[in-house]
Design a protein around this ligand. Sequence first.
Ligand SMILES: *[C@@H]1O[C@H](CO)[C@@H](O)[C@H](O)[C@H]1NC(C)=O
Length: 294
Amino acid sequence: MMAGRTWMVVLLAAVVIGCYIYFDGYDPESLRGARVVVTGCSTGIGEQMAYHYARLGAKVIITARREARLKEVVAKMKDLGAQEAIYVAGDMAKAEDCERTIKTAEEKFGGLDYLVLNHMGSSFKREGLSLWDGDMAFLEDFTNINYLSYVRLASLALPMLEQSNGSVVVVSSLLGKITGTFVAGYCGVKFALDGFFGSLRQELQLKKADVSITLVVLGLINTEQAMNAAKVMGAEDLAKTIALSAEDAAVAIIRSGAVRQRELYYPWIMVWPLAKLRPVFPQVLDWMEVQKSA
Ligand SMILES: *[C@@H]1O[C@H](CO)[C@@H](O)[C@H](O)[C@H]1NC(C)=O
């Protein structure tokens, strides 16, 4: 009898938690006409986010370096129902290209509701994974494109976002929550995003500015970049089996931004337990990483 009641309580709790997670007040209609900037849209999750915002009827500016590719993505966005689809071809490592992107939102949309920071410059050192070798020239470029440009774009967009009570969505990685061998440069940059945008969130609260910041902690997603990295590690087949699709990731990210979620762990079961292991048992994580890499 007691056991039966315990199970009832557990089941009820599971249902309540499930509902809490699922019914987050997401209203896809809220994105109709929303003014959005998404960076890094030539492939992968960025491209899929562009299509999903388009389906929801948003007004979207997308960026990437390759203009020919952007033209194709914009054409498809229009077919899918974007109220507006505009591209800015540029290199976010350059300050003037960041400025041009945010200026375009100001000129074409007269404001901004969502800034989705997603671009990624050369994800792992040259084609391979390697021990940190002190190559500062590489790290300076890497930090510029993957960290400083995020801060720059957010800083430029913040006045408009404060006006609209908008949102910043920062696409990061499990490697922004745990460290790993062969990825010191990458982890440094992704941890920096958590540090900067975590502080910014507090400062916005202090200023009573209603701008939400969502940090997206991604696990393995089936993108070209992730699969290339897996290939280097000799784990391509495994990676292809367990990776989730870029399309599903894009939908989850857009939803988390729209409900102003503080952090999104996606896929939850792959990233949340590991992310929480580090602060509690850091030595266990160190051991696991070294075993895996040895
Ligand atoms: C933003 O939020 C403030 C207070 O929370 C509100 O007074 C203001 O009208 C909102 N602005 C917009 C554009 O929704």
